[in-house]
Write a protein that binds this ligand. Sequence first.
Ligand code: NAP
Length: 246
Amino acid sequence: MSYEKVVLILGGTGEAFELAAMINALTGWRAVTSMAGRTKRPRRPVGEVIFGGFGGPEGLGRCLAERGALAMIDATHPFASQITRNAVQACTKAEIPLLRLDRPPWLVRQSWRLVSDIGEAARLFRGRKERVFLTIGKKELGEFGNVGDSFFLIRTVDPVEASPSNNNHEFVTGRGPYSVEGELQIMRDYGITWLVTKNSGGEVGMSKLIAAEQAGVSICVIERPKLPECESVETPAEAARWLERL
Ligand code: NAP
């Protein structure tokens, strides 16, 4: 029986999915991918997958120990800041090498309205009557409760159970990648005047930005949260090479 070293991937992104396949093709390493378990039908990466949180940095540390993991790669979304902080804490304590797989942010355009968080994005629409396409996920939709007379088209992966209160809104579900043509169509169909998005980065999410520019829709981009210092790379291939060097 061959001896395989275990690496824990913190997943929930397309990059984590690609990385698991690359690592499981490497001799000597076996990837275990962990997912928060928020979406109903997540794309399941190759190899072992575990779902649900760990119970904070201590729980994450226990998981590393129980599985005898020799490395961890944090391939979570750039806005998933809590799990990233937990990863740094757990790996520092366990003295296990940690790499962050961080796709580069989009280059800021002068025409974009940049805001530092979702609350600031929501305040932008107070006392205004806009038609807003919200592509920020469902976790922080509450920030958009009671902001006034604007209409919100809210796109999420799974249907949303709790609506932001009082606002005039409509839900659509969908999972990328989206085409520029499709994004243009939805903006035209709903008479959208503003797009609100996180600076998630990556090619896949660019279609809506290109479409908004073409349609003359104003763009509000939420800047990335500040994350703790950590060695990082930008692509799954670089992350796999880092692991091979360990
Ligand atoms: P978060 O605020 O950073 O994390 C909240 C808690 O969720 C963590 O403390 C942890 O619970 C659990 N968790 C998060 N990611 C996990 C993972 N990969 N494996 C196991 N537990 C995890 O994260 P979030 O913003 O809610 O995002 C949740 C997941 O969705 C992430 O995995 C992320 O990659 C993905 N995602 C997020 C966004 C976004 O905009 N935030 C967009 C696309 C995908 P415990 O403390 O109990 O361990």
